[in-house]
Design a protein around this ligand. Structure first.
Ligand code: ZN
Length: 417
């Protein structure tokens, strides 16, 4: 058992007497796998009040006013119960500890120790960290990897809209905008492993397929900057400019992550359906940049379809996995109805709280192990196949697409390729 599983009681719970040795074997294999978290954010280092903890746990919604503003209401949720089930043992408390006991123990240990324990317990081999969402100071990708003991390191994912907003705030006028964005992206592409688009949050995913020319970009930038000049913050929300950024990113052949589906109240979920991206995906296919559809819930089956029909499309169900709590196995099984095994990746989409990096990993492992044990029970694959599929999903697909870590295939693949 690798050292990053200290404090976890997962093994005991996964080996079940009613199961065959092959089914128990796959559960043990999945538990010990190193994971690549291909989309997450930084963790906060400071002490958190109970109210702040509750707010960071949820997707940003405040407490129910009719509940007297009690943040304890957050825990009567799928995520709240998952947290009480899995997180207390990492802090030396029994599973299902009360919220008060849990927060007390958390305060006693202090943020550095709590961060270290959860990130270690997640069993991560590498992290790809979106550095574009920083409402408060968080750890850098390198600091995250050190804390997690991730041998293959912490890697940066550059948020495209933040680059554009920085260029705009830096005083590049409309005429200089396209060139300044391209120069900045060229600089960032030297060290980043991927780009990320939050078009879903700003204008929705119904992006036109065509690459806008510089005349269109300049006109759109002029409209945007003039609005920004009238006192509005330079918050990008323009279909042409989001599309311009995606096409610029595609020139680097680095993976482009798209926020899809589930998110906080800032997103219009109807416009986050990945099927709205179909025409742009078709246009991007010959370019060769992998497209990573993030989160996807509740459109995960549609995302699986896109991953099946487009060679450059990959999917995950990060963020949703820990928010659906004990239903994570159902979510993973539904996603894997159609998503090819070489197109499915792990991510937590965790931000701020170290618990979320751990919960994402625990619930993902359990869901994947259940799915594979079921496949074995149905004689849908052999034990060797199940282990190879687990390796692809846990780390090998991410290593291949992001060109990080050990880029080798799982051992048994070489025999058939
Ligand atoms: Zn994210």
């Amino acid at each position: 058992v690798p050292d990053h599983f200290d404090g976890s009681d997962r093994s005991e719970s996964r080996i079940q007497p009613g199961r065959s040795s092959a089914q128990n074997g796959i559960a043990a294999h999945v538990e010990a796998l190193p994971l690549v978290d291909h989309h997450c954010h930084g963790v906060v280092r400071r002490e958190l009040s109970a109210a702040e903890f509750g707010t960071l746990m949820s997707e940003g919604h405040g407490p129910d006013p009719a509940d007297g503003g009690l943040t304890s209401g957050f825990y009567d949720s799928q995520l709240g119960f998952a947290l009480r089930r899995w997180c207390p043992p990492v802090l030396d408390l029994p599973a299902h500890a009360t919220v008060a006991d849990y927060l007390g123990r958390r305060a006693e240990l202090g943020p550095d120790e709590v961060n270290r324990r959860f990130l270690r317990a997640a069993g991560l081999d590498a992290l790809c960290v979106d550095t574009g969402y920083v409402p408060e100071p968080v750890l850098s990708p390198v600091e995250m990897a050190a804390l997690a003991g991730a041998r293959a390191g912490g890697h940066e994912v550059v948020r495209l809209e933040r680059v554009a907003e920085r260029v705009a705030a830096g005083g590049a006028g409309a005429a200089g905008f396209a060139g300044a964005v391209r120069a900045e992206l060229a600089e960032r592409a030297r060290t980043a492993v991927a780009f990320k688009s939050i078009a879903a949050y700003r204008v929705g995913l119904a992006l036109s397929p065509d690459r806008p020319d510089d005349t269109e970009v300049t006109a759109a930038a002029d409209r945007w900057l003039r609005k920004a000049g009238e006192g509005a913050p330079p918050r990008l929300a323009d279909e042409i400019l989001h599309r311009f950024l995606v096409w610029c990113a595609a020139d680097y052949r680095l993976p482009i992550q798209f926020h899809v589906g589930y998110g906080d109240a800032d997103t219009d979920l109807r416009l986050g359906d990945p099927l709205l991206l179909t025409r742009l995906l078709r246009a991007l296919e010959p370019v060769g940049a992998p497209v990573m559809l993030l989160h996807n819930y509740p459109f995960h089956r549609a995302a699986g379809y896109l991953a099946q029909v487009f060679p450059h499309v990959f999917v995950d169900v990060g963020l949703a996995v820990h928010n659906v709590g004990h239903r994570a196995p159902v979510l993973i099984a539904e996603t894997l109805e159609l998503t090819p095994y070489r197109k499915f990746l792990y991510s937590s989409d965790a931000f701020g709280l170290p618990e979320l990096y751990y919960l994402g990993a625990v619930l993902f492992r359990r869901g994947l192990a259940d799915y594979l044990a079921d496949a074995l029970r149905r004689d849908a694959m052999t034990g060797d196949d199940a282990r190879r599929v687990a390796d692809l999903v846990a780390f090998a697909n991410a290593n291949r697409v992001y060109r990080i870590g050990d880029t080798g295939e799982p051992a048994s693949v070489s025999a058939v390729s």
